[in-house]
Design a protein around this ligand. Structure first.
Ligand code: C5P
Length: 314
């Protein structure tokens, strides 16, 4: 957490901080597969005001320290293999940066959880180091680096509601969304994205066609029924690999006022969509009571609720 970082930082320099928000796929259709094996998608994503943090301080070398409530999940992995470190190294190589940077990743989001945490961390690192090292990338160069790090990294560079197509690199504006709040529920399992895509092919997968653009000016209930007409095509394969996801969806959708329960990305995190923050918080409290081991968060403020498009940005 920032205060722990401050305690560790013996110099008086204030670290540069970038927020890496959780990405939620409101729907995700797998529309095809490219010859290189990557899948083509059609998905609308939003970003929740919960996520990891990247802190940067001056240093002679490039270093990465991982702290925070979910840091334990990355223990035993080489820091140099972390997407954050790879992003930093790639940027330094591309722009021939000789300065170092002491990077700290505050890991708040569960690892491999369908919320794009690693991708958001990499995106935040690229943005932070461009500022920190005063780089001037030409148009398109950063997106190219981002895509080389992962299919979700380009959308995470934007951290605002967008529709993604291609393997995730084609980004399109999406119309305004009504107010709404989320409950995010992860049953504390890591889910491997490539394994979920492999499992998709073991089932009766047929490429979905492209959906129409989400209509604009929908009220909350019309928006929910529009989302209900779409799906996350990775949900069933993910459930076959991890049946607990079905329990997460059942428990979440059974909560009073839950209008939609769906898995995000390749799982295992699922979201419940509620109209009001009090409803989302009541549901989160209830789910926590039944499943104290699960990771459960609400995304919304205590005021009138959130505009899913405007407020859920990093
Ligand atoms: O791009 P990223 O490293 O996040 O993807 C991890 C893996 O997930 C890929 O190697 C691929 O197997 C699968 N994937 C896919 N199609 C996508 C995104 C990911 O097949 N659009």
């Amino acid at each position: 957490m920032p205060c722990r970082l401050a305690m560790q930082n013996k110099s008086s320099a204030r670290p540069l901080r970038y927020f890496a928000p959780a990405k939620i796929n409101l729907y995700l259709h797998v529309t095809g597969q490219r010859p290189d094996g990557y899948h083509e998608l059609d998905s609308v994503v939003i970003f929740a005001p919960i996520g990891d943090d990247i802190f940067i301080l001056p240093a002679d070398d490039l270093t990465l320290e991982i702290i925070g409530p979910e840091a334990h999940a990355l223990q035993g992995f080489e820091a140099s293999e972390n997407l954050v470190f790879r992003a930093a190294r790639m940027l330094a190589e591309k722009y021939k940066v000789t300065a170092g940077a002491a990077i700290t990743l505050n890991k708040v989001l569960p690892v491999a959880s369908g919320m794009g945490g690693g991708s958001a961390d990499a995106a935040a690192t690229l943005k932070a180091l461009v500022e920190f090292w005063k780089l001037k990338p030409a148009a398109g160069e950063l997106v190219e680096l981002a895509l080389a790090l992962g299919a979700d990294v380009p959308v995470c560079m934007k951290s605002r509601p967008l529709r993604m197509t291609g393997i995730g690199e084609k980004l399109h504006e999406t119309p305004a969304m009504p107010n709404g709040c989320l409950v995010l529920v992860n049953p504390r399992i890591s889910q491997s994205t490539p394994e979920v895509f492999e499992e998709l092919h073991r089932g009766k997968w047929k490429a979905s066609g492209y959906s129409s653009e989400l209509p604009s000016d929908l009220d909350f209930y019309a928006f929910v029924s529009e989302l209900k007409s779409r799906a996350n095509d990775l949900e069933q394969p993910a459930i076959r690999l991890a049946p607990v996801i079905e329990d997460v969806l059942a428990v979440t959708s059974a909560q009073a006022n839950c209008r939609l329960a769906r898995m995000s990305g390749s799982g295992a995190t699922c979201f419940g969509l509620f109209q009001k923050i009090e409803e989302a918080e009541a549901a989160a409290t209830e789910i926590r009571r039944h499943q104290p081991e699960w990771w459960i968060q609400t995304a919304g403020s205590g005021d009138e609720g959130h505009d899913l498009r405007q407020a859920y940005t990093g």
